[in-house]
Design a protein around this ligand. Structure first.
Ligand SMILES: Nc1ncnc2c1ncn2[C@@H]1O[C@H](COP(=O)(O)OP(=O)(O)OP(=O)(O)O)[C@@H](O)[C@H]1O
Length: 243
């Protein structure tokens, strides 16, 4: 059996008396697109930071790409890509300079960087923008560039924290073409989003409420389970059950 990309068992993070992530248990398969949903403050970013090896859990277990999140964080960091709306491109560098900078951080050689840069610009059809400042690009283009940079070192798993905030559904759909393309090459995608159209694009979805996972299945199975017409209905039912 192939090893799961991510496994967690009762993974928990407390900040003082407050439990931000409360005993979450799940598995993500290699090449799966796993949507990690929840209202603001549900504990998604906290969970993601633990899985990326950036935050020590209070208790519980997890393995990412086969490595332990307590003791093997450096190995995890080498195998993952990360993109967030908050941690993104340098606006005052050009497109090419951003690619060079991040590829260098990920440890690629100069010849790899040259080759990857050409391929990336071609795939995004951004050859004409290579020497433009990132600040001059539309937001949707920045997001696609940011994603492409997050996978430039061929990670096994990529973590996306609200990657498409602030753009319209068509632009989001184009962004998701990139996600599907990576997943079809076997890259595991772990993505948080507040957009329910995006939730429908995931293979499976978990929904967190107040630090706990309240639902986890395929979009079709969740809609059936909740007797809901859309993922938005499922989400609202869980939110209402809370209040
Ligand atoms: N370092 C910290 N110290 C204390 N509380 C924290 C800390 N980090 C997060 N929290 C709290 O933990 C809870 C969960 O936060 P988290 O950022 O994980 O939520 P989220 O689901 O990612 O929300 P959003 O969708 O708004 O990004 C929030 O109530 C937040 O205030």
């Amino acid at each position: 059996m192939t090893q799961p990309a991510i496994t967690t068992n009762a993974l928990t993070k407390r900040f003082g008396d407050f439990i931000a992530t409360n005993a979450i248990t799940f598995e993500v398969a290699p090449g799966e697109i796993f949507g990690f949903l929840g209202a603001n403050g549900a504990g998604k970013t906290t969970a993601m930071r633990m899985l990326c090896g950036l935050l020590k859990p209070s208790s519980g277990e997890a393995r990412v790409a086969g490595f332990d999140i307590y003791t093997q964080t450096e190995k995890i960091k080498q195998r993952i890509g990360y993109m967030s709306q908050k941690f993104s491109l340098y606006e005052d560098l050009t497109v090419k300079e951003n690619i060079r900078f991040y590829a260098g951080i990920y440890g690629l050689s100069n010849s790899q960087i040259r080759e990857k840069t050409a391929g990336l610009l071609e795939k995004l059809r951004m050859e004409d923008e290579a020497d433009k400042l990132v600040s001059a690009l539309p937001l949707g283009w920045k997001q696609k560039l940011s994603f492409s940079i997050a996978v430039i070192h061929d990670p096994t798993i990529v973590f996306l924290d609200e990657p498409t905030g602030g753009v319209d559904p068509i632009t989001r759909r184009h962004f998701w073409d990139l996600i599907y393309e990576s997943a079809s090459r076997g890259v595991t995608i772990f993505v948080t989003t507040h957009y329910m159209d995006e939730a429908e694009y995931c293979n499976r979805i978990s929904i967190m409420v107040d630090g706990k996972i309240r639902a986890l299945d395929t979009p079709a199975a969740l809609k059936q389970q909740f007797g809901a017409a859309s993922m938005n209905d499922v989400f609202l039912q869980l939110a209402r059950a809370k209040s």
